[in-house]
Design a binder for this molecule. Structure first.
Ligand code: SAM
Ligand code: SF4
Length: 491
């Protein structure tokens, strides 16, 4: 039996794409191996968002080919159509193609897509040539047994001046709501506890057409369908409500949200949805209006600050009954159990330092915004010029040292705010989802607000808790991690 190994670099979309690729390979007789140097086929799913992600493949791919000259190397993802990358790796890569084209070949070439795998084997990949698919329809081979990424769309129409995504992944396309709901229902029936809806801008979701043929399940989403579904397209808030209405004990997360599409309706839907995690991943990218304009982001720093205020007020000031115990900022007495605290919404962001022409004064506005918002988490990137983007034509004139310095300064503020936010958890009991067991013999879990947590009180556990909800009493807070003890009453 031929073996395959997939190396995934980049964002959660790339991981979800790899899961679809894996399922196709296995349906067609390939077997997964963890040994990248001993595999018959190695697929590298690449990321071109930053030079640092791109650089990872330049050492890795030649090494794979040198260690195992018989291996077939297939390159997909963001870099699959970049001519300079093709030139650089031509001796080491056997086949290049974007994920979308693998599953959805250009007209007249139906059947081609899996012939690229057939070349490498005597297997005969079959595809349905009559039904040219949105590849997201392919049933994935989920990596996790309790948490699943569910892509609701792909691509981006926003053309932020620094970003390669609209070129690498193409224009926005969204999956029909019924297809998404079917995937989520299937996962919930299998016992999945965390559904993570993903897209480049998840909250820009628009169903392709009115979902009149949605399969109605008794008790789920009927009012919504008759009121809004018959009128027109669904937006992300509608979709989120429908996912929330699926019966079962599970959490819903979604990422990332574009500030321009974060509507009041969506905030209200989050506030009312008992399964919707109180975590918003809202990339700001810069705290200065002139830079935001040059980035083509479509909002100002002030409107971003006001939006976060709205989110916090909308989610923290209202206390709907939330059976899963995560309404915010309040104690709820969960009958036989300890008092469960519902933490305030966690806010995560992305920010780029050293965009072309960013002055120290403009950077100081990013610092000011960080101090004002008090983020729980932030991914701070040094600007990286990307071929083909509008900003590529601008002079990348902030030195590497200065970018690093700005990043460190922001990181300092982030650590202070994250620690202060985390300290609020100490002494409280919260509901968490156990993700894994660490080598040190601790459980590693996540709160509904997206906080990592290490659980020390290990000897109380008599069963494997991975993929289970438990209650934990928080004993300590670090900058990006909480520490707690299992509350034994549910085990
Ligand atoms: N769609 C999301 C949004 O609107 O912010 C972000 C998706 S983007 C693929 C992921 C992150 O990569 C961005 O939030 C940005 O901070 C970072 N990024 C994208 N292009 C970059 C570049 N040229 N240099 C540095 N960081 C970049
Ligand atoms: Fe890139 Fe902007 Fe689209 Fe996000 S919204 S994927 S940053 S172009």
């Amino acid at each position: 039996m031929l073996t395959y190994h997939i190396i995934t670099i980049g964002c959660q979309m790339n991981y979800a794409d790899s899961e679809r690729l894996a399922s196709r390979l296995e349906e067609n007789g390939y077997k997964k191996t963890d040994d990248k140097y001993g595999s018959d086929l190695v697929i590298v799913n690449t990321c071109g968002v930053r030079q640092s992600a791109e650089n990872r493949i330049y050492g890795l791919i030649p090494k794979i080919k040198i260690m195992n000259p018989k291996v077939k190397v297939f390159l997909t993802g963001c870099l699959a159509e970049r001519k300079d990358v093709k030139r650089r790796l031509k001796d080491y890569v056997d086949e290049w193609m974007t994920i979308n084209k693998i599953f959805n070949p250009p007209a007249g070439r139906a059947g081609f897509q899996f012939s690229i795998f057939n070349q490498f084997s005597n297997l005969n990949f079959q595809i349905n040539t009559k039904h040219v698919v949105n590849y997201l329809e392919v049933t994935p081979k989920y990596e996790s047994k309790f948490s699943a990424f569910v892509p609701i769309g792909n691509g981006c129409d926003n053309f932020c001046s620094y970003c390669v995504v609209p070129y690498a992944r193409g224009r926005e396309v969204y999956r029909p709501a019924q297809e998404i709901l079917k995937e989520v229902r299937g996962l919930v029936i299998k016992g999945y506890k965390e559904i993570i809806l993903i897209a480049q801008n998840v909250n820009s979701y628009k169903s392709e057409k009115p979902p009149l043929n949605l399969p109605l399940v008794k008790g789920e989403n009927v009012p919504l369908l008759t009121k809004e579904g018959s009128k027109g397209r669904l937006d992300f808030a509608d979709l989120l409500k429908m996912v929330n209405d699926i019966h079962g004990d599970f959490w819903i997360r979604f990422l990332t949200s574009h500030p321009k599409d974060m509507s009041l309706k969506l905030i209200k839907t989050m506030a009312a949805g008992e399964k919707i995690c109180r975590q918003v991943y809202l990339p700001v990218q810069a705290g200065d209006d002139a830079i935001l304009k040059k980035m083509n982001r479509g909002y100002t720093a002030d409107s971003y600050v006001k939006l976060v205020e709205k989110i916090r007020n909308g989610l923290n000031d209202k206390f709907p009954t939330r059976p899963n115990g995560h309404s915010s900022g309040r104690m709820t007495n969960d009958k036989k159990n300890a008092v469960v605290w519902n933490p305030p919404v966690g806010i995560t962001t992305d920010l780029i330092v050293g965009f072309p022409g960013e002055t120290k004064k403009q950077f100081n506005n990013s610092l000011k915004l960080f101090k004002e918002i008090k983020f729980d988490m932030a991914y701070i990137s040094e600007y990286s010029a990307r071929p083909g983007t509008a900003a590529f034509k601008l002079k990348d004139n902030v030195s590497r040292e200065e970018k690093r310095r700005r990043k460190n300064e922001l990181d300092k503020i982030l650590r202070q705010s994250a620690l202060a936010n985390n300290k609020k958890y100490v002494g409280k009991t919260v509901r968490v989802l156990i993700e894994k067991e660490t080598k040190a013999g601790e459980w590693f879990a996540k709160t509904a607000t997206g906080k990592d947590i290490k659980i020390k009180n290990y000897e109380l556990s008599i069963t494997n808790l991975i993929g289970k909800f438990v209650e934990v009493k928080i004993a300590g807070a670090r900058e990006f991690c909480l520490v707690g003890d299992l509350v034994n009453n549910k085990l």
